[in-house]
Every structure is written in C-alpha cells, then in structure tokens.
Design a binder for this molecule. Sequence first.
Ligand SMILES: [Zn+2]
Length: 282
Amino acid sequence: MSAHRFPPARSLRALPTALAVLALVAALAACATAPYTGRSQFILVSAGQEARLGAEAAKEVLAKEKISTDKAKIERVRRIGGRIAAASQAEQAWEFHVVENDEIVNAFALPGGKVFVYTGLMRLARSDDELAAVVGHEVAHVTLRHGAERMSQSLALGLGEQLALTLYGGSSAGAQAFKVAYGIGANVGVLLPYSRTHEYEADRVGLVYMAKAGYEPGAALDFWGRMLAQSQASGGKRPPEFLSTHPATEKRMEAIRAMLPEARAHLPAKGRPAPAAPAGTL
Ligand SMILES: [Zn+2]
C-alpha cells in the first residue's frame, strides 16, 4: 500500500501553502455555469477582480503597441464589436482597439471586455461577417469567463501564490503573476492557447453572438479556410499568430460546420434591424 505512505519530509514543507490554498478554495469555491453551454465551471475569481486585472493588462498593451489612428479601421472594429457586445447582453466595460501592425495576424481579448484586433488580421478578414466571426469568438472568451477559469486552475494547483496575494491580500506585486496565470506571454499581445474545451465553447457561443448581431455565421468557415490556406502557403514555416493559438484543423472546421444550424436560428428575422451598439461602447 505504498500509495498511503506518510509523505516524505520534503513535501511536508509545502504543506502550509497547500493548506492555505485548500482553505481558500473551500471558502471561495463557487460553481458557476457557462452561459449557453451549461458547462459547470470552477471559478475562484470574482468578476470585479477579473475586470480590474484585465484593465491593468490592457493599459500595458495600449502603452506598448501602436494603436491605430485610422478612422475607417477603428470605426469598422467598433461597429462590429459594439453590435456583438450588445448581442451578448453581457455587462462589461467593452473596449475594441485596433493595433496597427500589418505583419501580425492576431486578435485577443482580456477579461473585463478589452478586445484587441491587429490590422494584419483585418486585412485577412475580407468581409464584416468574417471579422465578426473573430470578434464573436473573442467576446465569447470574455463572457464565458475563460480567463477566470484559467486563473482559478492555477490558484487551485498552488501555482498562483503571488496571484492569491494580489487578489486577497491587497498586494500590487501580482501583475506578472496574473499575466502568467492568464496566459499572457513574455510578448505583450500573445496569449497562450486556451484548452480545446474553451476553444470549442468560444466557437459555439461566438457563432450565436454573431448571428444575433445580424452577421452570417457561415463566414467563420471562410475565414478559417483562408487562415489555413495562408499557413499552408508559407509551408507551415510562419503560421499567423492567431493560428498558433487557434489551430484551424479539419476537425475544428467540421465542428463549426455542425454548430451553424444552432447559430443561424439566432439570426434576426428578415426586415428586423440587428441590435445597435449601446451608447458608450468604445
Ligand atoms: Zn480562442
């Protein structure tokens, strides 16, 4: 019965931390349910904490990246983002920013609703419907609280001591810990890949949002198809950044195809205007 042997002295030293984390988990464990999919989620971070940390990280992105001043591009992303945010009916301090960099094909969202789209990705998204597919997916990551789940997992694993101090002890030293837990890499603007569960869930809910906002969900397949073609054209040497965190495999595209009827049921009835962006959406 070696599995029941008393732990060796070395791991005993880690015990107080582990107990503290366990106590924290016991005190705060809240089983949330993901909207639309009904999946139960393990979340230890409040929406307010999540929004505060996301806003801090967004400040850093805004300071480090070249934010576009091109009125047409800004208007395009804000118009699409605003309609999708309205369709999500999620109360977040939404902000949609354009990063001026044609070399980078990427988009990402921070908790609390700060969404960044690179001009390189905008060039590849030929129609508003295609861009809406990307924005819908990113907005879904926010409303489904995937970032909070990611942070909660590292807290529960005892990997987030610094983060725990920041969240519950008022320390401000945890910005880096937050970035690690949230999956923001050394390069600002590069988020580590989400799990497959999170990706499929964001695909499914993102398609519903885009349809509710009046965009054709089938455009998601056109966009992913073009991403895949671009990657194959480069011989897989330099896949677009968005593709490195969002693998456009045949399997994923098949899954999206199967999700289309559900999404299309949410398209506004003909003649009825799609919801407009709420006032104050940046
Ligand atoms: Zn994603």
